[in-house]
Structure formats: C-alpha cells, structure tokens
Design a protein around this ligand. Sequence first.
Ligand code: SF4
Length: 410
Amino acid sequence: MHLYIHIPFCRRRCTYCGFCSSAGLEHRLDAYVRAVCAELAALREDVRIQTGRLSSSLDLRPTIFLGGGTPSLLSPAQVGAILQAASALVPLEQAEITLEANPGTLMGPVGRSPCATSLAYFRSLRTLGVNRLSLGVQSLHDPTLRILGRLHTAAEARQCVDDASRAGFQAINLDFIFGLPGQTCADWATTLDTVAAWDINHLSLYSLILEEHTALFAQVMRGEVDLPDHDTTAAMYELAMERLAGAGFVHYELSNWARASRGYLSPRWPSGEIEVPLPVCHHNVAYWLNVDYLGVGAGGHGHIYPERYANLTDLDAYLAAVQQGRRPVEVVTPLSPSDLAAETMFMGLRLVEGVRFAHFRCRCGVEMEAVYGEVLRELEGLGLLERTTDAVRLTNRGRMLGNQVFASFL
Ligand code: SF4
C-alpha cells in the first residue's frame, strides 16, 4: 500500500545535507532506473508482501513517494518507467503519487532538465499520474540559499510553484528550514507570510539539524557562520504555529501543516468542487502510524513487520546485487512486539491528534493501557501528555519537549 522509491542523485551536494545521495553521477541514472524497475518486479514475487495487510484502522490512500536525493533529475520517461513497474504493487489510479523536486534542477542558468521549462516538466508528470509535488525551497533569502549550497534563487522557487500550479497540481508541498545562518524571527515571519499567500496546500518546516561531516558543520565550527540559539529557534517554531493558523493551515504533525482549499479535488471525490478532507501527506502519515511500507532503490528503507530493512547505499553494490538477482538489502533489523509498540507510540505522537487507542490495538494486538499505563500516567503528571476520549496526544509543552516524551517509550 505504501512504497518509497529513493533516487540518490543530486546535481551538487548542499552544505548541510547528511542524506544518502551522490553528486555528479547523473550519467548513471538510466542504469539506476532499470535496476529500480527490476527490484520492483522482484518484490512482486515476494510472498510476504503479497500476503501483507494494511494494518491501519485509518482511512489512508495507497501511496508512492519518489524521494531523494533529487527525483526531479529523472526525465519524464524515467518517471514513467518507474511508475509502470510500481503499478504491479500499488494501484496507481487510487494512489497519492508524490515526487520531490528541487527548483534548482528545473530553473535558471543551472537548469538542465530534460524538459525545457519547469512548466513542461510538471505537465509531463501530471500526464504520468504524479498528483503531488514536494518542492525543496528551504529559504527565500538568496544569500542564505547560497550558504546552504542550493542551486536556486527565491524568485526561481516562486516561478516553480506557479508553474506547478499552472500544470494542474493541486497538492503542492514546500519544504523550508528554520534556524538558518543569520536568520532572525523577523526574517522567518516574512517568509511565513509570503508563502502563506502562495497557491500551496502543504508546508513542511524543519529546524536546521547540524550534521557532523557536512560542509556547514565545518563552517560553524570554524566560526565562519553563526546560527541562531535554541531559544530563537524555539521562538521560530512558535511563530510558525501562530502565523500559519492565521493563514488557514492546520498543524497536523509536529513539522507539517496542511490547508484545505476549495478546488482541491481528491481522487475519491472526482466530480466537482466540494469540501474535502485536509490534504495531508498520506505517505508520511503512513510512517507516523507505523504501518508497513516498502522502500526500494539504493539507500531505501522498508518496514514489513516483524522486520525493518535498509537497502545497500553504495550505488555499485546496489546495481550489482539487482543484476545478479539478489535482494539488495544491507541490514535487516528484527522487530519484537515491544519494538512495534514503542515505535507506534513515538511515531504516532508526532501527529497532533495523537495515537488513537483503537489504532494501537489494531497495530499491536494489545491495549495501550496494558503496555504503557504507568508511562502515560507519569507523562500526564508532568503535563507532557493528555488523553482525549479516543486517543493520547502531546500537550503544547510536550511538543516542545517531544524527544523527552518519545524516549519514555523506549
Ligand atoms: S538536494 Fe536534497 S538530498 Fe541533494 S544534497 Fe541537497 S539537501 Fe541533500
């Protein structure tokens, strides 16, 4: 029901990035796409997957998520080939199909997309069935974008959003980072107010995580770049909650906001303008509900209880394994019932509505109270958790101390 496809290619490494991806290997994309298609075909024969079940009690659509890396380096023909292969596992016509796009691969002087413009590229994606775009904008401040090593300018990001909209995308997410070098709360407020006026229905906002072994980490250590302190970053998060609520966005997960708007047509209701459910990212909601999903591609991760697996990250090793008909898996982690219960709690508590008792029972086969009664009472006593009639969720204070709460379930 849920399929993640990793595209570990980037045109250039961003200075803060710790993800699994390589720059300058785009000439190998064709071979990579053939391998991903072969891995998908092999998964179709996997008996465990054929007998898999949707373990959520919630109403989730099937999903395919092309993430990276930079999936927008794929040509429309390559995206089409992958979706064709994926259709053996996930029913495309009902699915939320998301592609992560980097405006820098589509716009401006560095743009060398197989399509002449982002508008043409997005139109091709729509024709192929991609119905959700996630654009990595990160900042609207050009000097900061340069420090981050991004390829685009703020104006090009804006052009990309407009083109996505003109191409017919009604589900558009933008990724932003806050707590950036030199950023103030006033800068961040301006960014929030600006993007809230754009034709988008989803925002993912993450505070900068300074990863060791990145160029930005080294710059900060050498004192060349200053980051806002923790209190300022926390204030930026609160500012996002306040400003986006005022702009009609619903905060549904710690880092995610969605805005229902007239004209957003869910495939479940294809005939006309109607009030529709909140356009959350169904694929990510599947992660937060801790349901089973497949991950393919080099560095892809999957979770089919009772195990979690990580594919080979090395591109050559991945291609060789697939060519030899082997499963390209590097690590398999067995999961116990208590792992499943803990993950269902700390992933689910990221959702603002919390973890429903019925969902926990459905996923873990046991009542939440029986496993965590004592922990829940302790966290409630600290003012970090609260119960509703059908769920347990973080309080506002708990949201600010999420990691402390999550650790209680481990
Ligand atoms: S485009 Fe994304 S995956 Fe690639 S280097 Fe930049 S942040 Fe990392």
